[in-house]
Design a protein around this ligand. Structure first.
Ligand SMILES: C[S@@+](CC[C@H](N)C(=O)[O-])C[C@H]1O[C@@H](n2cnc3c(N)ncnc32)[C@H](O)[C@@H]1O
Length: 267
């Protein structure tokens, strides 16, 4: 899927359910935090293929859900999935959430599952989202905690670092620091900003080959592999396969993951 990026900055696979599967233990936490009410008008920022938008629409029986994403391919896929489910109170628009002229005060709740870490200017983007919310409207985000707290990121970097200490970080972790994120949100006009720790693992596949294929699709994996010469890259992939094997359980390959639920209210 061109242009779409997934958690850890990974490109979305042609199979959208791969990402939804990866997050199957995190999604229920996100849904509970969103607590969509029957009459809510919900804006889903960086909605990807729209699993969270569709869930919001199902809860907002007398309301509606709008998913926006910068990726045309993701939006087309999201529309197809919503039609297949027969949902009539959901819509999707290709839009850059940082600057899109949303109708002011037209949403009760803005949500984003790992879709809000990729803004060039976070304060400007959250200011734009705040304008779209009615006074006291709620914001609920799920974002990654720091890379070193995420077993999956440590394992990928360690495997593909070519023997040196894994370094660097990706924009997927841009909202990991609560103080910094609070500053962005406060400057954008949000109040009652709170962070709740989520300690739920990510799922990479039912077996090691499936997990390796999935992880190889991540942007961070490609970037790390590109830095290595062909022999080092081959050794790195052997180390990555071993790391995945070490995390194989009866029900597939799982890695520890730490994320935040960030909640706030329009001031
Ligand atoms: C990690 S994916 C998450 C997708 C979706 N929220 C989910 O949980 O399935 C991040 C998404 O944010 C989108 N995105 C990044 N920057 C954006 C922007 N400025 N405006 C709208 N969407 C954006 C990407 O295209 C991508 O689909």
């Amino acid at each position: 899927m061109v242009g779409a990026r997934h958690a850890s900055g990974r490109p979305e696979s042609a199979d959208p359910s791969g990402y939804d599967s990866e997050l199957k233990r995190l999604d229920p936490v996100f849904r509970r935090a969103c607590a969509v009410q029957a009459s809510d008008r919900v804006l889903d920022v960086g909605c990807g293929t729209g699993q969270t938008t569709r869930a919001a629409a199902r809860s907002a029986q007398e309301g509606s859900a709008l998913g926006v994403d910068i990726s045309t391919a993701a939006i087309e896929r999201a529309r197809g999935l919503a039609v297949a489910e027969g949902l009539s109170n959901v819509a999707f628009e290709r839009a850059d959430a940082q600057v899109h002229p949303f109708r002011q005060e037209s949403f009760d709740l803005a949500i984003s599952r790992f879709g809000s870490m990729f803004f060039d200017d976070a304060t400007a983007a959250f200011t734009n989202v705040r304008r779209a919310l009615r006074p006291s409207g709620r914001l609920v985000l799920m974002v990654w905690q720091a890379g070193e707290r995420n077993e999956w990121d440590v394992a990928i970097r360690r495997s593909l670092s070519g023997g040196s200490e894994p370094g660097g970080t990706s924009e997927a972790f841009s909202l990991a620091d609560p103080s910094r994120t609070s500053r962005f949100l406060a400057a954008a006009g949000f109040v009652d900003i709170a962070f709740a720790d989520v300690d739920e693992p990510v799922f990479y596949g039912r077996d090691v080959p499936a997990a390796l294929a999935w992880v190889r699709g991540f942007t961070c994996t490609s970037e790390l592999l590109h830095r290595l010469d062909p022999d080092e890259a081959e050794r790195g992939l052997i180390r990555l396969r071993e790391a995945l094997s070490e995390h194989l359980r009866d029900d597939g390959v799982w890695f520890g993951a730490r994320s935040w639920i960030v909640s706030a209210r329009r001031g």
